[in-house]
Design a protein around this ligand. Structure first.
Ligand SMILES: [Zn+2]
Length: 117
């Protein structure tokens, strides 16, 4: 065994959840982890922005049971322009710590559509 996962990209020897990798990141103050949070980028492709937004809504809502998922922060970008993000949900703050779960740019008042917390 080489220690490299068969699905790991070339040159990678550590897998997500690898204790050595996590310890290294924690000890080094890895950029982007100042608050102790890391974001998982799980590429899912679609043929255009509208399709990508629709798939994002479906996936985010279907995964709402995952406590680590921050559904309101779901965004979509072009593959070659990932710094330009399109918000999927309104996510405006509501009473009692709730967030608006309607789609970005929705009609009507916030909070009328059930969705992410
Ligand atoms: Zn809203």
């Amino acid at each position: 065994m080489t220690g490299v996962s068969p699905t790991a990209p070339a040159g990678r020897t550590a897998a997500v959840g690898d204790s050595a990798s996590a310890a290294c990141a924690a000890a080094s103050g890895h950029p982007g982890s100042a608050d102790g949070r890391f974001v998982i980028h799980l590429p899912i492709v679609a043929r255009d922005l509208r399709a990508a937004l629709n798939v994002a809504v479906a996936l985010a809502r279907s995964l709402a049971f995952v406590p680590q998922l921050d559904i309101g922060e779901t965004t979509v970008s072009g593959e070659d322009l990932q710094s330009v993000r399109h918000r999927v949900f309104c996510d405006r703050a509501l009473l009692a710590g709730r967030r608006c779960g309607a789609r970005q740019g929705h009609d009507g008042p916030c909070g009328t559509e059930s969705g992410p917390t």
